[in-house]
Design a protein around this ligand. Structure first.
Ligand code: NCD
Length: 310
């Protein structure tokens, strides 16, 4: 999160220094009572309007950015592909410039194309927050994953987190990987060779290490947390998903029993129950922090909006 002209953007966790990451996590922790609605909304962004530009479908991210903005006292306006002039062929850059001309305080951008928020940040003067761009990054998801891990594990430094499944297509995995390794966690990327290419081991931000593996059963008893990813059929081109995927990489109840007693289970949602994760595991209150990830998403997005727009 750097300064670009006058605007403070959040485009990715790649290159973010640990100090900024820690500040965002601590601010999100302080904001949790407001994020959850237990304490009344703040006025920190009163009188400002946040535009949500969602050029790809979303439930969690879009709603939680809206709730986060409202809890900071801001108002929101939603632009989606259907129902806007994008369906008439207007470009995403022109759409962003149009909203900026109406005086919005910042743009939250989700798009199927990697790099779209970066291109928008290059033409507008207001802050741009990346809410997921193609296969590239999803920084607020990475932050909420780390916040959730910290709450349950105390600290992520020196911990081992397995990210399992469709890593190649996952912006969630990339952002988590940058954030976790900067914070000193080791990351194991596990999945079929078609979905977890070897060269992904090279993208550690350090000091944490990244290891690529293809045998989930071999790592179950040595991880502090396991993050299963959705099979992103919409980003695949052909034969990437092996027919025995669930058998080899599904987080089944049998596999969950082989995790350490205190190991936790994450999933960014939306879940394909019975494919990458069994319902008994996803709904196990002892291990699963999936619902907590969603709640933490509001607090993280409040912290990010307050920092970028405040
Ligand atoms: C993810 C996304 O859209 O990148 N969902 C989310 O934001 N929580 C993951 C996914 O779609 O599989």
């Amino acid at each position: 999160m750097g300064r670009d002209g006058h605007a403070r953007h959040l485009l990715g966790l790649d290159g973010m220094d640990r100090g900024v990451l820690e500040e965002l996590l601590e601010e999100a922790e302080r904001l949790r009572p407001v994020a959850s609605g237990r304490e009344p909304a703040l006025r920190r962004l009163a009188g400002r309007i946040v535009a949500n530009l969602f050029f790809e479908d979303s439930t969690r991210t879009r709603c939680s950015f809206t709730i986060a903005a409202k809890r900071l006292g801001a108002e929101t306006v939603d632009v989606t592909t259907a129902g806007s002039s994008i369906s008439k062929g207007e470009s995403l850059l022109d759409t962003a410039l149009t909203l900026e001309a109406m005086g919005v305080a910042g743009l939250v951008v989700r798009s199927p194309g990697s790099g779209t928020p970066h291109r928008i940040a290059g033409v507008v003067a207001c802050p741009v927050i990346n809410a997921g761009d193609g296969r590239h990054e999803h920084p607020t998801q990475g932050l909420l994953d780390i916040l959730t891990l910290r709450q349950r594990l105390g600290s992520v430094t020196g911990r081992t987190v397995a990210i399992v499944g469709d890593v190649a297509n996952s912006r969630v995995a990339r952002s988590a990987l940058f954030g976790l390794t900067v914070m000193g966690a080791d990351v194991l990327l596990v999945g079929p060779p078609t979905l977890v290419p070897r060269d992904m081991a090279e993208i550690s931000a350090g000091p944490g290490r990244v290891t690529v593996g293809h045998d989930l059963d071999a790592v179950l008893d040595r991880v502090d947390a396991i993050m299963t990813l959705r099979i992103q059929k919409e980003r695949q081109t052909g034969e990437e998903i092996p027919p025995d995927y669930r058998q080899r990489y599904g987080l089944t109840i049998e596999r969950a029993r082989r995790l350490r007693p205190d190991a936790i289970v994450l999933h960014p949602g939306p879940m394909n129950r019975g494919v990458e994760i069994d319902s008994e595991v996803a709904d196990d209150p002892g291990r699963s922090v999936i619902v907590r990830q969603v709640s933490n998403g509001v607090a993280i997005r409040m912290a990010v909006l307050a920092r970028c727009l405040g």
